[in-house]
Design a protein around this ligand. Structure first.
Ligand code: GLU
Length: 307
């Protein structure tokens, strides 16, 4: 299979210093593999409520300003809903997806009855209320039958090796529960969309921010349930805001300035530093293209890509 990497931004805001790190890292990882490898860009606008109009185009322009050009036309998730529909259909047919009528309040009350509090970053571990039916409530979401699927798998926690962080493990049933695949009012959940897209685009190597590490076990379970191959994973270091929190669009991370070639090079340089790469000046690189080329062998040495 042709080695394929991707950058998959959500158009909820412009590229900021943190998301540029993921873009640069995924680009370098592909280029370090040689000319046959492909770098794709996918605009993750499946969760339409959080997306801002025109932001996908703005991100593509920021990437282009940094000379980060995809090898194929970008894909937009909103144009791919038939694929998600088909995947959900396959899970339903096998009894691995079920409708859930619980509101947040219902889930909180059920958890309180069970003596459980919110764990995992304040997220609720779904207590399984609707596994045996909707109890007369209208469906609000489709959930993955995590426990049922895991029962068909070898026992034990789900393990994978991250190329930077090493061995990772998660007991998905206990730590996450039956997660949402689609909300009944339409939007597709990130977990389902990303798994379907990575598989159908032939993505072999996922490189993305460390904040997403925690989603990987869920995605591997879904890949197995849908009969898709599992790519390799590398989660990149996060850029911290002044208060130590992860820099994100939600906490108002500033858009990177790519308005001039010098500004774009400075933004790339800052991203490269986070990845442990030398500044462009050290390689006498005068523009983004030159800087990118200088980092390819460094990336290969640092992150041990297959040449
Ligand atoms: N769309 C996700 C984000 O912007 C990234 C998804 C991924 O790389 O798997 O956080």
């Amino acid at each position: 299979m042709r080695e394929t990497g991707r950058f998959a931004p959500s158009p909820t805001g412009p590229l900021h210093a943190g998301s540029l790190v993921a873009a640069l890292a995924s680009w370098l990882d592909v280029r370090a593999r040689g000319p046959q490898a492909r770098w794709l860009v996918r605009i993750e606008d499946a969760d339409t409520e959080r997306c801002l109009p025109g932001m996908g185009e703005r991100i593509l322009q920021q990437l282009a300003d940094c000379a980060l050009l995809p090898d194929e036309p970008p894909v937009w998730q909103t144009q791919r809903t038939a694929h998600y529909e088909a995947a959900l259909g396959r899970l339903k047919d096998r009894g691995l997806a079920y409708p859930c009528g619980c509101s947040r309040k219902d889930i909180d009350e059920a958890l309180a009855r069970l003596g459980q509090r919110h764990e995992r970053h304040g997220e609720r571990v779904y207590p399984g209320t609707c596994r045996d039916g909707l109890h007369g409530k209208p469906a609000r979401a489709w959930r993955f039958a995590t426990e049922k699927f895991e029962a068909s798998q070898p026992p034990g926690e789900l393990c994978f090796t991250d190329r930077r962080l090493g061995r990772q493990r998660q007991d998905v049933s206990r730590e996450v529960g039956d997660f949402v695949l689609r909300r009944a009012d339409g939007p597709w959940a990130y977990q389902l969309a990303v798994v379907v897209d990575d598989a159908e685009q032939g993505v072999t190597d996922v490189v993305r921010g460390e904040d997403l590490t925690d989603n990987t076990a869920r995605q591997i379970l879904l890949q197995r349930a849908l009969g898709f191959p599992t790519p390799t994973y590398l989660h990149t270091p996060l850029v911290r805001a002044a208060d130590g929190d992860k820099l994100s669009k939600q906490n108002g991370a500033a858009a990177i300035d790519t308005g001039t070639p010098a500004a774009a090079l400075a933004a790339l340089d800052a991203a490269a530093r986070v990845l442990g790469l030398r500044p462009a000046a050290a390689a006498a690189a005068a523009d983004c293209t030159g800087a990118l080329a200088s980092w390819v062998p460094e990336w290969r040495a640092l992150y041990n890509s297959r040449p």
